[in-house]
Design a protein around this ligand. Structure first.
Ligand code: ATP
Length: 312
């Protein structure tokens, strides 16, 4: 069997009666992989199992072929950004990254050189001698990334790294992560923001209630959407009359009125055809439509569809 950088086999973690993750089987080989799920899905638990902070209750997790909880060699190849702000506010940016880099076994001099380089890579060069307590949330995220990359790890585990970052910082981080991937890094990045992830990678693992709902390329997962019903919310006036016209078309599978008939949810198996015909109907000028809302073409709907298949 080809060895994966990260391999989980029937991996479970329970906190007493509470399920963190359950029966996870997953191979992660290379590139950026998005770990996506809502709050409480098990993302942090999974990442903590990967970096050996938690011991599995059942099953196995290996990083670069070593068991994550007991292995030691892989740790020098591992960079971690935790969700919590595990920083020392009284230290300067340079001191903090230098100290943590020394822990990977570098001399003080080399650690400092590496720290400066990493801090510059995350665009914090102008804050080198500032105390961490004065940094903004987005800057602290960059600082956490700097300490995670200063030793040139092969594997990066990034828990909600992009949270609190403005679009420019997100873009800079994205560029940096892609560069690292080009140099052979494997990156697992958790988020509950599907759009954000879509902009960064095609490869996702969707986790819900501690289980993997789906894993693969976003495009492939979206193919699954073709077999489920799309919903489009239409808001406006004279909706009952509009509904009568729409229901004459075979691709409309149902209409449900809401909000005292001020809006209606149209169900269709063929959204492209629906929009085509809908536009033509609206072109007659007979109806006043205030809003048309569809979530079905993006990752959000894919996510809801996929996790809908998992029972809590
Ligand atoms: P979020 O996006 O909110 O950070 P998450 O996907 O990272 O969520 P986890 O933090 O892994 O999810 O939590 C998974 C489940 O395990 C949740 O039900 C959570 O309440 C529970 N859990 C996590 N840590 C502990 C703990 N130390 N003790 C008890 N239960 C925990």
């Amino acid at each position: 069997m080809e060895s994966a950088e990260i391999r989980a086999e029937n991996l479970s973690k329970w906190y007493g009666e509470i399920r963190g993750v359950s029966g996870i089987n997953l191979d992660i080989h290379s590139g950026i992989v998005g770990l996506i799920g809502p709050n409480g899905a098990g993302k942090t638990t999974f990442l903590n199992l990967c970096c050996g902070l938690l011991e599995p209750s059942q099953g196995k997790i290996t990083i670069l072929g070593e068991p994550a909880f007991t292995g030691t060699r892989f740790r020098r190849q591992l960079g971690v950004v935790s969700q919590k702000d595990a920083v020392y506010p009284f230290m300067t940016v340079l001191e903090f990254v230098t100290v943590l880099t020394e822990l990977h076994g570098f001399s003080k001099r080399e650690a400092k050189e590496r720290a400066v380089k990493a801090i510059e890579r995350v665009q914090l060069g102008h804050k080198l001698h500032q105390r961490i307590e004065v940094l903004s949330k987005g800057m602290r995220q960059c600082l956490k990334l700097a300490q995670a990359i200063a030793h040139d790890p092969k594997i990066l585990l990034l828990d909600e790294l992009l949270t609190g970052c403005d679009p420019l910082v997100k873009y800079q981080i994205k560029t940096l992560l892609l560069e690292m991937v080009q140099h052979g890094a494997t990156i697992l990045l958790s988020s509950h923001n599907l759009k954000e992830m879509e902009a960064l990678t095609q490869e996702v693992v969707i986790i819900h209630c501690g289980k993997i709902a789906a894993a693969g390329k976003i495009g492939e997962l979206q193919q699954k959407l073709k077999h489920h019903e799309h919903k489009v919310l239409v808001q406006g006036t004279e909706l009952r009359k509009l509904a009568q016209i729409l229901l004459q078309h075979p691709e409309i599978t149902g209409i449900e009125f809401k909000d005292n008939e001020r809006s209606m949810m149209v169900q269709t198996m063929d959204p492209a055809m629906f929009y085509h015909k809908f536009t033509a109907i609206l072109g007659t000028g007979e109806f006043r439509i205030e809003k048309i809302l569809s979530q079905d073409q993006d990752l959000t709907s894919l996510f809801h569809y996929l996790v809908g298949e998992i029972k809590e």
